[in-house]
Ligand binder design. Structure first.
Ligand code: ADP
Length: 328
């Protein structure tokens, strides 16, 4: 079975966009691939050198991913900083990564612009750490968004270069897995663009019923259709896209017909949408709360994940040391 590795940024709670855009695909992928997921807490130091409550956010993320259906027996979840052999590979890869090529990486240049007072070496070597995370397990595929494409190219470059320098055929070149091509883009409730943390327009999987209702009722609308069967403007299409995700086909058709007949009442539509989002989130929310109150279980999942990942990485590192000429 092909190996898939994916990193998770330890930032905040999961929202509906994350769910339909990525997490749902991960849940499917765990049945088709040999998957491992890790929480990239080392990487987060490149932008947040003094993370607040990193342990707490790791527990939150684990609870939320498990609640969404990640099965740690099929797909171990581990915390990046628990798997030390990756650090050693990071060091070896850094020895053969060149300043010029690292400085040319777009995300580095962007970060250097947005945090000019903290252009640290970790930011510069973000791609080598990401390569180490994946190459340490000799993974075949990495689910990535478009913004990670360049990092994937660097990873393949480092793999090829290692093979060339040490005259071996050891690392294979991991491929990007564009799951987002099939994934739904979840719109925000503010009328434009997608749901995203930085846009402040999210419905979180852990939001309670009242919060969901409040957020949905505040969603932007227009003054209503003025022609039969008219095309929907973006603000309205967004609500219908959400209905399509969480409501039954009958409900969707009902409001769609009303829109086409110009009899739609947005207040009713939003009430229904809020109720359906709540019905969708409620079981996930309950599981999140359950996992969060079972700290022992969460810690055990992380520990077992770390053991499996460390074993796999250590095996690779023993060979890498031998190849370079160190004691294995
Ligand atoms: P955020 O910062 O809003 O949580 P990220 O940019 O960290 O989102 O994305 C995490 C994952 O969730 C990515 O794989 C991304 O493709 C997916 N994602 C985020 N928002 C959406 C959305 N509105 N629709 C679909 N997928 C999304």
């Amino acid at each position: 079975m092909e190996k898939v590795i994916s990193g998770i940024r330890p930032t905040g709670n999961l929202h509906l966009g994350n769910y339909f855009g990525a997490v749902k695909s991960f849940v499917t992928m765990q049945n088709e691939y040999d998957c491992m997921f890790f929480i990239a807490d080392w990487h987060s130091l490149t932008t947040h050198p003094t993370p607040e409550n990193i342990r707490q956010s790791v527990r939150t993320i684990l609870s939320e991913y498990l609640a969404c259906g990640i099965d740690p027996e099929k797909a171990p979840i581990y915390v990046q900083s628990d798997v030390k052999p990756v650090l050693e590979l990071y060091l070896y890869l850094n020895m053969n990564a060149y300043l010029g090529e690292l400085e040319r990486v777009t995300s580095f240049k962007e970060k250097a612009r947005t945090q000019p007072d903290n252009v640290n070496a970790g930011l510069l070597t973000y791609p080598t750490l990401m390569a180490a995370d994946v190459l340490a397990h000799k993974a075949d595929k990495v689910p990535v968004g478009k913004d990670q494409e360049q990092n994937m190219e660097m990873m393949r470059l480092f793999a090829r270069r290692f093979n060339r320098i040490y005259n071996v055929d050891f690392f294979k070149e991991p491929q990007s897995y564009h799951f987002y091509k099939d994934a739904v883009k979840v719109p925000g409730l503010d009328g434009s663009g997608k749901m995203g943390k930085s846009n402040g327009n999210c419905i979180y999987l852990c939001d309670d019923e009242a919060t969901i209702r409040k957020k949905v009722m505040k969603a932007v609308t227009d003054s209503g259709p003025t022609q039969l069967n008219q095309e929907k403007p973006e603000v309205i299409q967004n609500l219908f896209t959400l209905l399509e995700l969480v409501s039954t086909k009958d409900t969707y058709d009902y409001f769609n017909d009303q829109y086409n007949q110009m009899t739609v009442r947005y207040g009713d539509l939003k009430k229904q949408l809020a109720a359906d989002i709540n019905a969708f989130c409620a079981p996930i929310r309950e599981r999140i709360l359950e996992y969060q109150s079972n700290e022992d279980y969460i810690l055990r999942v992380a520990k077992q994940g770390a053991e499996r990942a460390s074993e796999s990485a250590e095996k690779t590192l023993r060979e890498v040391r031998q190849i370079i000429g160190f004691r294995a």
